[in-house]
Design a protein around this ligand. Sequence first.
Ligand code: DHB
Ligand code: FE
Length: 279
Amino acid sequence: MAKIVGGIGSSHIPAIGVAMDKGLEDTPYWRDFFQSYVPLRKWFNEVDPDILVIFYNDHGLEMFLDKKPTFAVGTAAEYENADEGWGINPIPPVRGETELSWHIVNELVENDFDPTVCQEIKVDHGLTVPLTLMYPAKDYSKVKVIPICINCERHPMPKLSRSYAFGQQIGRAIESFGGDQKVVVMGTGGLSHQLDGERAGIINTEFDLLCMEKIVSDPEYLTKYSLEDIVELAGGQGVELNMWMAMRGCLTGKVTEGYSNLVAPISNTAAGIQLLINE
Ligand code: DHB
Ligand code: FE
């Protein structure tokens, strides 16, 4: 059976991609942030996963406000990205894992989740930036990626409890998939941030640290927060915590923290970095 060896929470700020393209990793602004990925990548390279399941949100590249699936799963054999206007270099195409994608879709629908099935979809910075953080040389041709999208842009959005349950169902689907593949799940985005409006720039490291603590030992604790609470506490885009909750939901074994750090601010965001080991 496929095995989920761990989960990673990572920011997906577009400026990270630009900094990597420009070789700015070791400059004073970026050093602490990129240093955080050194221990994470050491673990990741040792695991060398066969499949990466990435929970991200589409910020408007494919799903603009006029068409907004709550949950969407990619089932394509290959994914490309496209210019979103942030100035990140395009990345080489990402290989898909069609069989496991369809298994996940079938298991979701069978168990009362109804995702949009995307047989063709371009992926945005929510996926490409964290992928590039794990493979800085962009040498990810061996790994197969399954993009799973959660609406974080337009109300109504799924509650944290729903994204957590969505992740749990996906975790069960992955672990019932025949084979001996090593799978790593990623939740991208967050933590506290707001990009526009009167409260643009808001950061709440105290709340972010609480989230990072609870997500290891007691993720259900976080489901008591409504999305209105999250917007209040962590800003409008703080709702990207949904992707971390889905990632955590996939981890069905004994979960321990392998690494964590919070660097704030990076651009407008408190950048959380966390490794959860699933035994
Ligand atoms: C930033 C953060 C995001 O999550 C995003 O999608 C775009 C930009 C930022 O802080 O710049
Ligand atoms: Fe975002």
